[in-house]
Each structure stands twice: as C-alpha cells, then as structure tokens.
Design a protein around this ligand. Sequence first.
Ligand SMILES: Nc1ncnc2c1ncn2[C@@H]1O[C@H](COP(=O)(O)OP(=O)(O)OP(=O)(O)O)[C@@H](O)[C@H]1O
Ligand SMILES: [Mg+2]
Length: 356
Amino acid sequence: MEEQANYLLESLATAVLVVDDQLSVKYANLAAQSVLERSDNQLLGFPVTQFISHSSVAFSRLKNVFKKNDGFSDGEVLLTFFDGRHILADVTVTCFEHQKKSALLLEIKVIDQQKRISQESQQWAQQQAARELIRGLAHEIKNPLGGLRGAAQLLEKQLPNQELKEFTQVIVEQSDRLTNLVDRLLGPNSPPNFQWANIHQVLEKIRTLVSLDDIKNIDIARDYDPSIPDMFFDQDMLQQAVLNIVRNSVQALAEQPYQGQILLKSRIKRQLTIHGKKHPLVAQIKIIDNGPGIPLELKDTLFYPMVTGKSNGTGLGLSIAQTLVDQHEGKIDVESWPGHTEFKIFLPIIKKESAE
Ligand SMILES: Nc1ncnc2c1ncn2[C@@H]1O[C@H](COP(=O)(O)OP(=O)(O)OP(=O)(O)O)[C@@H](O)[C@H]1O
Ligand SMILES: [Mg+2]
C-alpha cells in the first residue's frame, strides 16, 4: 500500500514538497523536481529560499502557518528562481505531522500557457472597457470646461479692479490644468501616420532624450538585433509609448541608492499570436531595469488609466503606451520582481513587398 501511495505521488502532475520549520526540503516528488529543475539530492535538506529568489506569497507567511497550525491556498502565485526563470502557479499550503514533527505540505500547480493566454485576453478586454469609460467621462468634462473658461474671461473684462481679476485668473488656470489632464485621458486624437522606418532610430532617440534628463546613477545600455527590417509604424506614437515606459524606469531608479541600469533590447520573434491573430514575424522590444519592481498591489491593474504608485503620478503613462501600441496591432507584456522589471513590446512586422 505504501509503495502504491509513493507511486501515485511520483506520478502526480502537481508538484508536492514537504518542508520543515526552517523551510528545508524533506521530500519532493518528480513533478516538484521538474518545476524546480533540480534532482532529489540537490533538493533534500536545502531551504526553498535557496532555489526560489522571490515569491509573491511571502516566505514569512509559510512560517506563520507553523505557528497557527493551519494552511492556505493562493491562486496565481508568481515564483521566481535564481536563474531568472519564473512560473505562475496555484499554491496550497497545509500544516501536518511528518516524522513526529510538524511540517508543511506544499502543493504547487503550475498554470499552463493556455490559461495564461485566456487570462491575458480577459485582462485586455477589461482594460479596453476601463479605457472607454474614462474616455467617455473625459469627453463629458471637456465640453463644459471650454464654456467655463470662456465665461471667466468675459467676466474678467467686466471686473472693476485688478484684485478681483485674481479670482477669474484662478478659474482660467485651473480649467487649463483640467483640460490638459482631460486631453491626456482622451489620448491621441489624430490617426496614426504610418511610414517605413527603422525601429532602432526610435530607440536611439529615446536614449538621447533620456540622457539629456540629467540623471545620475543610471546607465542606459542597448542590445539591438540589426537584422530587424524597416517597419511600417508611426514614429511619434511609438517613441511616446517607449518613452513612457523608460521614464517609469528612470523614476523608479532615481530613488535607489545603487547604480541603476536600463537595457533597451530588440529581437525578432517568429510565429507569435497577438490578440488572437497569428503573425509570422514580430519585433520584440524589451525595456529592462534593475529597480525595486512594480508594487504587487498594482500588478493586476497596471495598464488601467489612473493607476499609480506615485504621490504625484497621474497613472496615465502605461495606459497611453498601451493605446499607442494597440494601434499598431501590438501588445505590451510585463514581468517584474524586486530587482528586475521587464516590459516587452511586441510589434508585428509586415514585409515591404507584401504591403506594396
Ligand atoms: N519600471 C518600473 N518599476 C517600478 N514601478 C513601475 C515601473 N513602471 C511602472 N511602475 C509602477 O506603475 C505605476 C503606473 O505607471 P504609469 O506610467 O501608468 O503612471 P505614473 O508613472 O504613475 O504616472 P504618469 O506616467 O502618468 O506620470 C507607476 O506609478 C509605478 O508605481
Ligand atoms: Mg509613468
């Protein structure tokens, strides 16, 4: 019977780990060895913190389970390994008695690619809906604002003394400020001006622009794939999109005491599906920084308008970047953990011959 139970455990597709109160591995089934990419003897006796560099479920929470002698389940946990590999998994933790001591049973069920894709399209649909809502609202605010400003200016002309004019000026200034915000919420209002150009020119321009910003302690490196052909895109729009992402990296790094690094990287990907459409060739632009990472509580809604982690942020940068990339039939992905944030922009490449 015991043999059979063992056989069953080893055959499970779910990774099963037993750890002690120091989080050292006492048992790992085959699926666990495969997820961690380590054999039995590289796992047994070693604490999980030696393999997993970051988990969106804090390790302290595991230790708490011991104290309380209970357990928990968490969906879509991001686990990052020391080689940079990362997985999304549903995790269940249970406290139980193992060889007369209390131990934790960890069940790690890796969420497969299919689910990731359906999550992705669901998130995309929600973002679209949120954007439409905000755009509608912005539009409604914009019209009366013009009227308010005009009326204040007319009133100003009728006012008998200078002191009173201060008040009408406040109205004018504040409506200008609001108009500015509303315009950003509404996003680009002219249709894209697509032209053939090299994507690296755009990236180089951004490098120059950002280095002019007078930032200390931040290096901007590049790693381009020169074989990426000319592409058909709106240069201003893509520049704005990438710049919004790079500026976030700069802002995140500026507060750090260590040397900040931003890497702009370009590569070609083949046979990639973007929003349900398969593209034979896609350019991938990565913007990687070694900053503190995106705050956990923002991750699910990062691309929504008005989501910000900054006291002075409007939370529009990423939402605008996404609108601009959407207009190129592309998409933006993000992966982030403390010390590493990676934005990936995917843009379909069409062949010049087939476009003409
Ligand atoms: N590279 C990054 N590292 C850490 N956090 C980031 C990074 N990029 C984005 N974020 C987080 O995502 C939030 C949303 O970014 P977004 O650009 O949309 O808005 P914002 O920068 O707050 O405001 P705005 O861009 O409109 O001035 C940021 O406030 C920040 O908390
Ligand atoms: Mg920003």
